[in-house]
Design a protein around this ligand. Structure first.
Ligand code: NAD
Length: 371
């Protein structure tokens, strides 16, 4: 198969979907890999590093999409990329269709097969291709929140760790999954008083077993959300229902009740956001103020640390990329979790949560793949 790796074009996205390690592996499996010129430059991977292991550098995205059957990317395809997709293409990337309905329409029209990293789900509910980015986003969310709590950055001037004689800042994390747990860990490490809420007791139990003294766990409810959010210096939104739009659990009235200069970080913004007043922001313009509260809602948080994120992402995706390149039928036999990743194929939606959100019929993923 011919695999194509375009340069990411989402605003300030510096990750690349494949490192030379991946090219070497695919070439060893008898495949060809077309890499767009400078695709790795944002992550400090030179074109020569790809050619040294058998990759072929092409000069633009049109040559990648025109020459390759399988396209491997990081972020959801942008309009210019969707225009280049055809029925013959297999697209493997983050899609977040519940947050970007226009993208969903474009993908359906292209009739391409699109497998989303974020809905590849193991039997135990783990999301192996979302997890590494959620780990990074969670850790960065706590750092970013602490930064914007500083007075010169628009915040209420609270030092998360406090000092002897002055209590620490209060952080509420909504969602105890991969992103939430990592945000809690970093905030707790800074010395904040951290409360983590989740509907599911199992991730709360896991957090509790880690025994960080300054992290407490609370079963989520409207009452608990209202109680803890209103009394927080920083709120981190990190809830997820795979494939679906994020549930909005902090409404506008509750944001109004927060103290002036407090900070909300809505990590779930890539699934539409779980804080009513959050709208997607970018790394170059990451925050805005509403009702006196600083909002940080960057849609591609790990893009800020491409050196770490590119390797964390490709470590997780490479085995799946190789399996798909070797043949879709064999790939879903060996790794059935890929079936949950099939969001659209042949002009139909094949993921139940995505279909439900878009209000369209859902077809069986195997049928959609023609298996
Ligand atoms: N903005 C970014 O750059 C970025 C990067 C990575 C991940 N994310 C997003 O972060 C979000 C979290 O991802 P994750 O990997 O931690 O997911 P996860 O599945 O590991 O955890 C989500 C948690 O949310 C909980 N939950 C669901 N609905 C809830 C509700 N109504 N109230 C309380 N808890 C609820 C679930 O029980 C689960 O424990 C996702 O939307 C993901 O796409 C964003």
């Amino acid at each position: 198969m011919i695999i194509g790796v375009p340069k990411e074009i989402k605003t300030e996205e510096y990750r690349v979907a494949m490192t030379p390690v991946g090219v070497r592996e695919l070439v060893a499996h008898g495949h060809r890999v077309l890499v767009e010129k400078d695709a790795g430059s944002g992550s400090f991977v030179a074109d020569e590093a790809y050619t040294a292991v058998g990759g072929e550098i092409v000069s633009n995205a049109a040559e990648v999409f025109g020459g390759a059957d399988m396209i491997v990317k990081v972020k959801e395809p942008q309009p210019a990329e969707i225009e280049m997709l055809e029925e013959r293409h297999l697209l493997f990337t983050y899609l977040h269709l519940a947050a970007y309905p226009e993208e969903a329409r474009g993908l359906l029209e292209s009739k391409a097969t699109a497998i989303a990293y974020e809905t590849v789900e193991l039997d135990n509910g783990a999301l192996p291709l979302l997890a590494p980015m959620s780990e990074i986003a969670g850790r960065l969310a706590a750092q970013a929140g602490a930064h914007y709590l500083e007075k010169p950055n628009g915040g209420r001037g609270v030092l998360l760790g406090g000092v002897p004689g002055v209590p620490p800042g209060k952080v509420t994390v909504l969602g105890a999954g991969m992103a939430g747990r990592n945000a809690a860990m970093i905030a707790a490490g800074m010395g904040a008083e951290v409360t983590v809420l989740d509907l599911n007791v199992n991730p709360l139990r896991h957090l509790d077993e880690l025994q960080w003294g300054n992290v407490r766990t609370v079963t989520s409810s409207k009452f608990a959300v209202e109680q803890f959010v209103a009394d927080s210096d920083m709120v981190v939104g990190a809830v997820l229902i795979p494939g679906a739009r994020a549930p909005v659990i902090v409404d506008e009235e509750l944001v109004k009740r927060m103290r002036p200069g407090s900070v909300v970080v809505d990590i779930s913004i890539d699934q539409g956001g779980c804080i009513a007043t959050a709208r997607e922001t970018t790394h170059s313009d990451p925050v805005y103020e509403m009702h006196g509260v600083v909002h940080y809602a960057v849609g591609n948080i790990p893009g800020a640390v491409p050196n770490t994120a590119t390797y964390a992402l490709t470590n997780a995706t490479l085995p799946y990329v190789v399996a798909l390149a070797d043949g879709v039928a064999g790939a879903v036999e060996r790794r059935p979790e890929l079936l949950g990743g099939v969001n659209v194929a042949g002009g139909a939606v094949a993921n139940p949560a995505v279909a439900d959100y878009l209000g369209v019929e859902c077809v069986d993923a195997r049928t959609a793949l023609g298996l």
